[in-house]
Design a protein around this ligand. Sequence first.
Ligand code: PEP
Length: 253
Amino acid sequence: MKKFRKKIVAGNWKMNKSIAEAVDLAADIKRELAGNVDVDVVLCPPFTALKAVGDIITDTPIKLGAQNMHWETDGAYTGEISAAMLRDIYCHYVILGHSERRAGFHETDALVNRKVKAALAGNLAPIVCVGETLPERQAERQREVVGGQVRKSLAGLGEDLDRVIVAYEPVWAIGTGVNATAAQAQEMHAFIRETLAEMSTAETAAAMRIQYGGSMKPANAAELLAQPDVDGGLVGGASLEARSFVEIVRAAL
Ligand code: PEP
């Protein structure tokens, strides 16, 4: 059964933008997107700019997201931020298991799973990233790798599974300018949805949103977003400028 899924486009600003720059960018996006109600739009600035960006978008449908969080609720975890702290500044989303965190900060599927559970318990919607590396794709192991990441990162969520957004981000496409083709993206998104159905029910999987990420730009967004199982985008580089981000959002309309 095919369900209507509202598209969701999120901008991952990574470790970029001062507070003043972030406020300017958020204000430009807000002005350009005034009146849009058909796409969920999420801005994920660095921690330092979350509050200021949240204040800019507070009277709009645009939502705030963080780029990471800790799995515990509080305690002696120097340098970390909890789900409740993110809710405290009106975050609705949190990106978890981004490949840069998996590769650079040793985040395993088991650790991502703890964070996903903590995010859900803290009333945040997790955007959970999965994706194969170039050698894994060259060895045609993408299904094995991504299927394993989905099953392990999202294990044991029960009825809460459908509160998760999955982002398929082939690592070889992130920040490289080489995006997955629309056919490659559709094939992997359909596979992820099949995996989600095996973990729950066909109905749950049909309701879940799967974003594509990896060098999404205005020039390729419309074709990627037109694929039946591509329900939005997680955008890095092109989200750092209002014009390119807004064009991608419009391509999702
Ligand atoms: C990302 O880091 O999530 C991403 C998709 O980056 P880019 O759009 O720059 O490839």
